[in-house]
Design a binder for this molecule. Structure first.
Ligand SMILES: C[C@H]1O[C@@H](n2cnc3c(N)ncnc32)[C@H](O)[C@@H]1O
Length: 229
């Protein structure tokens, strides 16, 4: 069983529309759709926006649904200067850049007393996603995804983030899924499609590109399901 987590309703709707034998289970206020995607057993869920929602949802997928791998799909703001709207970012790892315990002597982004800043994604899932992107001729990059409970709409913030962490894009769930998955030793991957440039045009970009960007990300997940053993 593979868990697919998305923050938003339209992402789940896209995936659900191609699932078979689908039924609904509600847990912790979230609706899980269990069924088959290209013959693979999957459970798809809308976790809502933000790190706490994403973390809660990931733990439920692991404990209740016993998933063997987790894919978080969604949209993100571009941080790497060469990324364009619609491009795909595949996580090599992820970090929580709003974890700031520097006042207690810990580096920015490090989870205090746990000695970890970057949550490594699963190599096999990375390869599957890359093959899917190549197959779909979708422009993609593999690299770091940066997560916080913050919508980034400033060139200054994104430049600071790039300098500090070298991440490709910013969003609000990936590294929360990453932390829970890594601590539970469950393979995970984040796939993001760029919906905006994380700058002052955020609200316009986001509104105009959301639906197309969502489709790009979901297409990768569907193609991965097709290709996986
Ligand atoms: C608002 C939703 O879209 C993603 N998202 C898309 N663009 C950005 C951005 N510039 N900053 C933060 N999150 C973003 C988040 O992950 C969240 O789920």
């Amino acid at each position: 069983m593979i868990g697919i987590i998305a923050a938003m309703d339209s992402e789940v709707r896209e995936i659900k529309s191609v699932m078979e034998d689908c039924f609904k289970i509600t847990h912790a206020g979230m609706t899980f759709f269990k069924g088959k995607l290209k013959q693979k057993e999957v459970v798809t869920v809308q976790c809502g926006i933000g790190k706490v929602n994403a973390a809660m949802c990931t733990q439920v997928l692991i404990d209740i649904f016993k998933v063997k791998a987790i894919i978080n799909v969604g949209v993100a703001g571009a941080v790497h200067p060469d990324l364009e709207i619609g491009d795909i970012v595949i996580s090599e790892d992820s970090c929580q850049y709003d974890m700031d315990a520097r006042a207690f002597g810990h580096p920015l982004g490090e989870i205090p007393n746990m000695d970890i800043t970057f949550f490594k994604a699963d190599k096999t899932l990375i390869k599957l996603a890359e093959e899917a992107a190549i197959g779909l001729k979708a422009p993609y990059r593999i690299g770091r995804i940066m997560t916080a409970d913050l919508g980034v709409d400033s060139k200054a913030i994104k430049e600071k983030l790039f300098a500090e962490f070298g991440g490709l894009c910013c969003e609000m769930e990936g590294a929360a899924v990453g932390q829970v998955a890594v601590f539970n030793q469950v393979p995970y991957l984040v796939i993001r499609s760029i919906s905006d440039q994380a700058d002052a045009n955020l609200s316009n970009d986001y509104k105009n590109n959301l639906e197309d960007s969502i489709k790009n990300g979901v297409a990768i997940v569907l193609s991965m399901a097709q290709g996986a053993e």
